[in-house]
Design a protein around this ligand. Structure first.
Ligand code: FRU
Length: 502
């Protein structure tokens, strides 16, 4: 029997209450990143700017630190730094979503917030069913489910999910991640005049189409938007084989840039490129705000890969979202930059304008810490290799001869070291965000990004710089102290508002 909505939400709040101390006691808990209060978080959902607030919803299993029946949790913020926790948005309480309120998106229409999500259902034989569902809110806090608006069309398996909706010239469009009956990953297009009746236009892009031979058996979490006059499709394909330094994670996330002919549902595009080069990045989504910025959040994790060995599980929680990143398109390449607002986190600052490193390893006074931002710019270099080492758990190096950047880290299991790499012609600058058990590296103004969890860096939170050859750099470091205040505030607001329902 499906439990009532209220009961299911109450059950989740009880799990939060029961585990709050054990969660808070985890030394790996992040400070300025969004995390689940307990249980497992995966995809960012429903990103939207509405009535003066940024809203971030997320996939949430409150009861376990593994995947299972998903809820939507909810945070909102006026400045992308200080967040408050709002009541649980969606619980899997209806026949069309009883095995999970899966990923989806939000749009604003007539002063209301419309959420589209996938209702995941297993029938009596365990066969998957899928419904694209709607929930509506007047205040962005309380939501009313309206039920399915799209049933599975012919030609696809029940792996049909993650609706992303947007408006253009008075028409609504929706892209959905799907699998054809031939088990090819594809993106499917729908459109609508009223957000309730949707017309199916077929496949917009996919494996074995437009030059993408054998490109995965399922494409998840699509997002299609226009940036700098080009159309960009971001999605997460599953089933790509590793090719040298490419596609080394279990599943990938990347994008295609091209021209999308809305009339004929035809997307001509260039080659697929990965959005992030690190170990822990998946299922990102974007929103556009009142300043016309395109802001992205990703899930700092991956499905099916690390859950079993993840050290935070002991403390009844797992995974987090990335910091928010503003997207820019330069020619055919997506750049990601930490949003300006994150500068509000900056506290104590040290700067070294003119640091010479010559065939040696050095540490700089106060350039260390668990929650810091580091900015390095290269003034001059003829070094073959330039390396930053984070305690004894990670190493980021740029090899000029090979034109390669590599991030090496201790495996999450702790049984060895592994690495991820990407090509880079030349290194001009780095911005790095460390947060207790995570690292996000932005190279050359965000042209390349590495996102990873780092466990045990906090045991020895030092940063060592080395060069083979000679390099001259400028180094700046900030303590990210407002994060601590935000964390406390979130906890306080959390219990009050969830219980009283705002
Ligand atoms: C991606 C994903 C989505 C799905 C959700 C379920 O991580 O598999 O395709 O909607 O997670 O939690």
């Amino acid at each position: 029997m499906v439990l009532q909505d209220k009961e299911l939400k109450e059950k989740a709040l009880n799990a939060v209450e029961k585990n709050k101390d054990v969660v808070a006691g985890d030394r790996f808990r992040l400070t300025y990143h969004l995390m689940p209060p307990v249980g497992l978080l995966n995809d960012p959902n429903g990103l939207v700017y509405f009535q003066g607030y940024y809203h971030v919803f997320y996939q949430w299993n409150p009861f376990e630190t593994k995947h299972g029946i998903k809820y939507w949790g909810h945070y909102r913020s006026k400045n992308l730094v200080d967040w408050e926790t709002l009541p649980i948005t969606l619980a899997p309480s209806d026949w069309y979503d009883k095995n999970g309120c899966y990923s989806g998106s939000a749009v604003v229409h007539d002063g209301k917030l419309f959420l589209f999500y996938t209702g995941n259902v297993r029938d009596a034989e365990g066969e998957r069913e899928t419904y694209q569902c709607l929930a509506v809110s007047n205040d962005g806090v309380h939501f009313e489910k309206k039920g399915p608006v799209i049933h599975l069309p012919e030609g696809y398996t029940a792996h049909f999910r993650d609706p992303k909706v947007w408006e253009e010239s008075g028409r609504w469009y929706m892209v959905i991640g799907a699998q054809t009956v031939k088990e090819e990953g594809v993106i499917v297009l729908f459109s609508s005049d009223d957000l309730e009746t949707w017309e199916h236009h077929g496949i917009l892009a996919g494996s074995n189409r437009n030059g993408l031979a054998d490109f995965g058996y399922m494409w998840e979490c699509p997002d299609l938007f226009t940036l700098n006059g080009k159309d960009v499709l971001v999605f997460s394909p599953q089933g790509l084989e590793a090719e040298g330094i490419k596609y080394n994670n279990i599943y990938q996330t990347g994008y295609l840039v091209g021209d999308f002919d809305r009339e004929n549902n035809n997307f001509t595009h260039g080659e697929f490129d990965e959005l992030d080069r690190g170990f822990d990045f998946y299922a990102p989504q974007t929103l556009v705000d009142d300043n016309n910025r395109r802001i992205l959040y990703g899930w700092m994790g991956l499905p099916d890969e690390t859950e079993a060995v993840h050290p935070t599980r002991k403390h009844q929680w797992i995974h987090a979202l990335t910091i928010p990143r503003e997207l820019e398109l330069v020619e055919e390449k997506l750049y990601q930059k930490p949003v300006e607002e994150l500068k509000q986190l900056r506290g104590d600052h040290v700067v070294f304008d003119d640091v010479d490193i010559k065939d040696q390893s050095i540490k700089l006074p106060k350039v260390e810490g668990k929650t810091v931002e580091l900015a390095v710019s290269v003034n001059k270099s003829n070094a073959d290799v330039f390396t930053l080492e984070f305690g004894s758990v990670a190493k980021l190096s740029f090899n000029q001869t090979l034109q390669l950047v590599t991030l090496e880290r201790k495996t999450i299991k702790g049984d060895g070291v592994h690495s991820r790499s990407c090509r880079l012609n030349q290194l001009s600058n780095l911005r790095i965000f460390l947060d207790k058990s995570s690292i996000e590296v932005f190279l050359n103004d965000g042209a390349e990004v590495f996102t990873a969890r780092l466990f045990d860096y906090d045991n020895d939170p030092t940063i060592q710089f080395s060069a083979k050859g000679t390099i001259n750099i400028k180094v700046e470091k900030w303590e990210l102290i407002l994060g601590v205040r935000h964390h406390k505030k979130t906890k306080r607001v959390f219990f009050h508002e969830q219980r009283t329902g705002v």
